[in-house]
Ligand binder design. Structure first.
Ligand SMILES: Nc1ncnc2c1ncn2[C@@H]1O[C@H](COP(=O)(O)OP(=O)(O)OP(=O)(O)O)[C@@H](O)[C@H]1O
Ligand SMILES: [Mg+2]
Length: 410
């Protein structure tokens, strides 16, 4: 049957992966997958009997185009794929087309000249396609982020043991039959450090940190949302390793649809992406929520998430450690830390940081305007604490305790 030639669409992706895997060109998948959804890449496919049987891909940079791969079941289909690709590349402004082809390839009849050239190859980075990473806003996180998380010793130790170590020491984990964690949920009140924990994990593993924002997906029209989510995860999976952070996951996975920010089809699609993430060897999905009790219980089940981890209000020792971190940055004056710890019972780490920075600002302004030359003192910190509006209430602390009992899985 004569194949029909069409323009590539994201829906072809699974078939394209299958085709590239079966192509016998070992690097085809690695080379082509990351560029498929790139704006400058153009792809045509060949379909016969409803099946994808071939493809040709090329990229245009100004007036120059590069053909990055042609795969087809027979000479005739290859010929027609090349023809269609040439037309597409020319339409995009290409005036010269370069093809890097194996020795067997015959392009002679198409007006191509064989150029004396050598083919060089260099693998640039271990962390996969830079362009997918950049497009996703992926970032490298310094290991310092983990060390700068002060106080929350219990949460830190659990995450260190259950999440970071098995991923950082895969051989040892395998030896003991310890499964690698693939997906976790962090829950707790605002400002307790959930985002910072997720970043800290990425920093410790040396994996890029990629944030997927449900609100951004929800901002799209209903019919675009599910597609955008799938495209985002396709790109995420094209990166070799990553901590993928989904903040405010209740917007995607609340049990009541009124509490979600996206179309029901997106919630289903998100559920379908979790097994894909679980199959990827160097990806960790970290979801965060302030509203764990709103999440669909099916969403939280063990097959999807390995751990459901509480990140709670800081106790007195944690507040002391957090205060000391910021105080040591801000001042060399003697500060009554006990008084600050006692006065900040309803403060989250974020509230403490804010109060500490306010005290620093006060000392800075004093020196600038009044020429009083000392750094922040206890009274500056106390004044900032008194002015602050702490996030927590006794009810929130109680709710968190209750939620930890009901939902935590560590
Ligand atoms: N244990 C900690 N020690 C020192 N600073 C901390 C700690 N936890 C959080 N912070 C600081 O508090 C701020 C808020 O933390 P973060 O954004 O991680 O909280 P969150 O739980 O994600 O909040 P939200 O629910 O609002 O998203 C950050 O600037 C972070 O550096
Ligand atoms: Mg956060």
């Amino acid at each position: 049957m004569r194949a029909s030639i069409k323009l590539y669409e994201p829906g072809y992706l699974p078939a394209v992966i299958g085709l590239l895997q079966a192509s016998g060109d070992e690097q085809a998948l690695e080379r082509l997958l990351p560029v498929l959804s790139e704006k400058s890449t153009f792809v045509v496919v060949a379909e016969a009997d409803g099946k994808l049987v071939g493809l040709a891909a090329g990229a245009v940079v100004a007036s120059t185009a590069w053909v990055s791969g042609v795969f087809g079941p027979d000479d005739e289909t290859v010929e027609r794929l090349v023809e269609a690709l040439e037309a597409t590349l020319a339409e995009q402004g290409a005036a010269r087309i370069f093809v890097v082809a194996g020795n067997g390839a015959t392009l002679d009849g198409r007006g191509y000249e064989r150029v004396e050239a050598a083919l060089f190859e260099r693998a640039i980075s271990k962390v996969g396609s830079q362009s997918s990473l950049e497009r996703l806003g992926g970032r490298t996180i310094e290991t310092r982020v983990w060390d700068d998380l002060r106080g929350m010793d219990e949460a830190k130790e659990i995450i260190e043991r259950r999440v970071i170590l098995p991923l950082a020491e895969p051989d040892l984990a395998r030896r003991h039959g310890v499964a690698q964690p693939k997906a976790i949920v962090l829950f707790g009140p605002p400002g307790t450090g959930k985002t910072t924990f997720a970043k800290g994990i990425a920093g410790r593993l040396g994996w890029p940190f990629i944030e997927v924002a449900p609100a951004e997906i929800g901002a799209e029209g209903a019919e675009r949302q599910a597609k955008l989510l799938v495209e985002t995860f396709d790109q995420v999976l094209a990166v070799t390793a990553a901590v993928v952070f989904v903040d405010e996951v209740e917007d995607l996975a609340s049990v009541r649809s009124e509490d979600r920010r996206v179309n029901p089809s997106v919630t289903n699609e998100f559920m379908k992406q979790i097994p894909r993430m679980r199959d990827a060897p160097h990806h960790l999905l970290a979801c965060a929520t302030n509203w764990v009790s709103r999440l669909d219980p099916a969403f939280l089940r063990p097959g999807r998430f390995d751990y459901v981890l509480p990140v709670g209000p800081p106790g007195a020792d944690a507040r002391r450690a957090i205060w000391l971190r910021y105080i040591s940055e801000i001042t060399d004056e003697q500060v009554d830390v006990d008084a600050l710890v006692a006065a900040t019972e309803l403060f989250t780490p974020a509230d403490i940081e804010w109060a500490a920075r306010t005290a620093a600002q006060r000392a800075f302004e004093r020196e600038h305007f009044d020429a009083v030359g000392h750094r922040a003192k206890t009274e500056d910190f106390m004044a900032a604490v008194e002015n602050a509006k702490p996030t927590l209430t006794p009810e929130m602390i109680e709710t968190f305790r209750d939620e930890t009992e009901r939902f935590a899985r560590v």
